[in-house]
Design a protein around this ligand. Structure first.
Ligand code: MEV
Length: 392
């Protein structure tokens, strides 16, 4: 993809769907097959391979949010979503963020956690010492697994042991296997590795292995996005830029301090993240489970974002666990997913997670801006009415 391409598509929303497809095809160099995949998706036979008892297919709108600059590069974001206002809101937020250079992003290495539960361990502390002293030997037992991940520089990283002394089923040891899964989401790789290690861990701990499964609280695999927007960019006839920016900071404080508000605040973030996740074939339940657990990491469920005013700029940041893959899963099997990834320039998994963090932050910015000014219903209801007219 041409790195110099400009994603600021003025008036994109005024086009017909066919005109938008033409603009998109030229922008992302889509061919006829890609365009067919954009209105086709998978057939019944493919669906029947994916899950059990298939009787049909289910389509949702596939839309584009223009205007994004993420890590200095222009993007059109592919969004699959049924809720009115979300796409328009993200396009607007991305346009605002452009005034400050767009979204800066980053991510950790793609390290996933697998858990092995050990019960009936006679001496917990002694078992911890024994497991830790044989860590390298245990990790070496995984050497034959996941050749592709290893070839790309991934593989097992560490073993950590946690003691849960007071559970309804009594004390237990929990072994965490940390595995760098590179561009794979990694659930299968992690589960296989956990099952491979568990007999050895049973022998060393003199206990009984029960669960051997990935943790969706993938807090070793995080992505973040930040933006810094001049306060003047928020000025309108009715509201000063300072009042809007200050309102966003106050709204964020509400979500930080109150779980009832935090749930709604974070739901808005997932309007953006899930829409990209669906378009790109990700396990959005895994992403949500991890992020919501992370939002409650200090014992209270809180906002995932931070907003503050600093030197006449509104500064925002979103950081969360984001376990996504650009190989495996639906990425090869679903033609529309392949096109979504192509529109994004075929990113690796880390880049995709960073794009999703930017999508979440953009959606939060748009929601808070609407909430602290005219309220959410005006724009929402206008789109709702449009939908009513079309269906009447
Ligand atoms: C609606 O889908 C999402 C919002 O409620 C998010 C928020 O309140 O921050 C608008």
């Amino acid at each position: 993809m041409n790195e110099q391409r400009n994603s600021r598509l003025k008036g994109f929303y005024k086009h017909t769907p066919q005109q938008r497809r033409d603009v998109l095809a030229a922008w992302a160099e889509l061919d006829d097959n890609d365009l067919r995949a954009l209105s086709g998706g998978i057939g019944l036979a493919d669906a029947d391979i994916l899950v059990e008892n298939v009787v049909g297919l289910y389509a949702l709108p596939f839309a584009i949010a223009p205007n994004f600059i993420i890590a200095g590069r222009d993007y059109l974001l592919p969004l699959v979503i049924e809720e009115p206002s979300v796409v328009a809101a993200m396009a607007n937020a991305a346009r605002l963020a452009r005034a400050g250079g767009g979204f800066e992003t980053g991510s950790t290495e793609p390290v996933m956690i697998g858990q092995i539960q050990l019960l009936d361990v006679p001496y917990l502390d002694a078992a911890i010492v024994r497991i830790q002293s044989r860590k390298q030997e245990l990790l070496a037992k995984l050497a034959h697994l996941h050749p592709t991940i290893r070839r790309l520089g991934g593989g097992p990283i560490d073993l950590q042991v946690r003691k849960l002394e007071d559970t309804p089923a009594g004390p237990m040891l929990i072994v965490h296997l940390l595995l760098d899964t590179r561009d794979a989401m990694g659930a299968n790789a992690v589960n296989t590795a956990c099952e491979t290690l568990s007999p050895e861990l049973e022998a060393i701990s003199e206990g009984r292995a029960l669960l051997r499964i990935l943790s969706n609280l993938s807090d070793q695999r995080q992505a973040w996005a930040a933006c810094r927007i001049p306060v003047t960019a928020f000025a309108s006839e009715q509201f000063s830029g300072e009042a809007v920016a200050q309102g966003i900071v106050e709204a964020n404080a509400f979500a930080y301090a109150d779980p009832y508000r935090a749930a709604t605040h974070n739901k808005g973030i997932f309007n953006g993240i899930d829409a990209v996740a669906l378009a790109t074939g990700q396990d959005w339940r895994a992403i949500e489970a991890g992020a919501h657990a992370y939002a409650a990491r200090d014992g209270q469920y809180r906002s995932l974002t931070e907003w503050r005013v600093e030197s006449d700029h509104l500064v925002g940041r979103l950081q969360l666990p984001l376990a996504v893959g650009t190989v495996g899963g639906l990425t090869k099997r679903h033609p529309t997913v392949r096109v979504a990834l192509k529109i994004l320039g075929d990113p690796d998994a880390r880049t995709l997670s960073e794009i999703m963090a930017a999508a979440g932050l953009a959606q939060n910015l748009a929601a808070l801006r609407a909430l602290v000014t005219e309220g959410i219903q005006r724009g929402h209801m206008a789109l709702h009415e449009r939908r009513q007219k079309v269906t009447e």
